[in-house]
Design a protein around this ligand. Sequence first.
Ligand code: PAF
Length: 283
Amino acid sequence: MRVVRNVAEMRALASERRRRGQAIGFVPTMGCLHEGHLSLVRLAGTRAPWVVVSIFVNPTQFGLGEDFEIYPRDLDRDCQLLEAEECDLAFAPTIPEMYTEGHRTSVSVGELSEKLCGRSRPGHFDGVTTVVLKLFNIIQPDVAVFGEKDAQQLVIIRRMVEDLNLAVEIVGAPTVRDPDGLAVSSRNRDLSPEAREHATCLFRALRRGEELFKAGERQADRMIGEMRLIVDAKPAVETDYVSVVDPVTLEDLDTIRGEALVAIAARVGGTRLIDNVRLSIGE
Ligand code: PAF
């Protein structure tokens, strides 16, 4: 597997593949790879013969007081994990490579970026869309794979691709969970054993929402009330939101009539965690 650290070389290699008519699969990451990321890489490998994984802790998506400085970085370990997968190239640019002196431009997907996590992380999704568009421009992928765990990010990226006529197919990959139900995340390593135990209430709350839905409940407020009982029972869990929203517009729903995204965000022992499930009347 090749490791590329600069933009010009990455662009040249991607252009060469395109000239040869070879489709490019892409998985953007911030490193600290885990089973969730590796499942995205495997999925990309089924969709394209040449797979690029980016590893870049993107400073513009971290707010003041967030964990940019302490975000775990271990390129050697990440590359070892990728070697064992269907990854052909790891693109790990430096910050000055990605954000040249005097950079000013950013991409914003408007109000979608201000809902749910956007309320407590202003500017976060503008940082995400800006870096993802830059990566798309450099790597020129035919298909890019994103985790469904970051449901709002996936909705926003799909909107950006549609709005800006980008020639890339966006594929969502199912959330990978540990045996106790906790969604796999780079931030789980910050949880103490006790906090980790408390954190499983997020999944239990979502599962309760799903059970109610399967039993015929369609009123969002009643589902949210029941889910909150589960998270609020853990004093160490500080809930940011429990929401039932439209999976495309992210607008709050009163009544579920078709599809819904049930999303939850909370701080557990200082670590911010998110999780979600999709509900569909047709299924
Ligand atoms: O999901 C992530 O890890 C990041 O938001 C992404 C998509 C790699 C952009 O920095």
